[in-house]
Write a protein that binds this ligand. Structure first.
Ligand code: GLN
Length: 321
């Protein structure tokens, strides 16, 4: 089945989603990280980046918010670039935990085999794997350069968020040392955790995340800068990781109702990838019980359903002017 949708239809769907949900008051800001509790809860932005680089954006799409767990995707990509698909599978894994993102229980249950780089434990392991090993500054540079390549422009560290999160990340400290106990971390645990905390504290915009998602949707070519950021053959690995656990314990419900693999962060960002067509990102601080932005979910779901797009539907879709 062939289908054509126009840029005007996408714009209309984005506008409708924005108007429908901008006054929604469900959910509440993450409060276990003090900085996030104080962000204006009414901020709301949506951005779609097509695979030709065209960007459709609305609302607070240029506001810099904490990237948080969306950054797990970026660092997973870096590990894939540095080690390849097989090593990521062996050293971390690609399985959903079915448990909250910061679950210690998941590590205890699966201490003999790895899980996924898209929950806290696997993400800290991913940071431990980033080369050059043993070199905190070198690793940080590699992490930031990779995000810059994927998003087409640099993220900026939110110092206050980094401090806020470093002062309160007791659960993540336990995770890092438990990983050490099971020999599942590949560099210094304290350094790996610090890199993870710092990458979560990077400020990013919905527009930047939509470009990153479009880079994944375009087999590794950033549609704005035209740079080949990662090998095309890694794209399905990346999308499968996102599809499997992007919404943590709500991932199945999300995929079933939205039809798009997407990754969330407690800063309120959600980044979705529709291979071959576009990347989409939405941002609104209030989150649900699993740590996923309520308004961003509603908006992306609305746009997907309105355009009748679904990653699991067998059809050839073309986007025209
Ligand atoms: N930095 C946050 C944490 O580790 C990220 C969590 C998230 O966005 N789900 O708790």
């Amino acid at each position: 089945m062939d289908k054509t949708i126009t840029v005007a239809q996408i714009k209309e769907a984005v506008q409708e989603a924005y108007d429908l949900y901008k006054n929604n008051t469900e959910g509440k800001n993450a409060d276990y990280i003090p900085y996030l509790a104080n962000i204006d809860k009414n901020l709301f932005g949506i951005s779609v980046c097509l695979t030709d680089g065209k960007i459709i954006q609305l609302g607070d799409s240029e506001y810099q918010f904490g990237i948080e767990s969306v950054s797990k995707v970026h660092t997973a990509i870096l590990v894939l670039r540095q080690y390849g698909a097989e090593q990521l599978l062996q050293k971390i894994g690609a399985d959903a935990t079915g448990l909250p993102f910061n679950s210690i229980f998941a590590i205890l249950l699966e201490n003999d085999h790895p899980s996924t780089p898209l929950v806290n434990a696997g993400a800290i392991v991913a940071d431990s794997m980033v080369k050059p090993l043993g070199d905190s500054d070198g690793k940080w540079k590699a992490i930031v350069d990779n995000i810059t390549d994927l998003c087409g422009s640099a993220p900026h560290l939110i110092d206050e968020l980094y401090k806020s999160e470093s002062d309160t990340n007791f659960n993540n400290r336990s995770i890092a040392w438990l990983l050490k106990n099971y020999n599942r971390i590949y560099d210094d645990p304290t350094m790996s955790l610090d890199l993870y905390t710092r990458q979560c504290s990077l400020g990013i915009t919905a527009a930047q995340l939509s470009i990153c998602a479009a880079t994944i949707a375009s087999n590794g070519v950033n549609p704005v800068t035209k740079k080949q950021v990662f090998d095309a053959k890694l794209a399905p690995n990346i999308v499968s990781l996102i599809a499997t656990v992007g919404f943590y314990e709500h991932t199945g419900d999300w995929l079933y109702t939205s039809g798009i693999p997407a990754k969330t962060g407690v800063g309120g960002g959600v980044m979705g990838v529709l291979p071959g067509l576009f990347g989409i990102a939405a941002f609104a601080p209030p989150i649900d019980d699993a740590g996923n932005s309520v308004k961003a979910q509603l908006a992306i779901k609305y746009i997907m359903n309105k355009l009748e797009l679904n990653v699991f539907r067998s059809e050839r879709v073309t986007i025209t002017e």
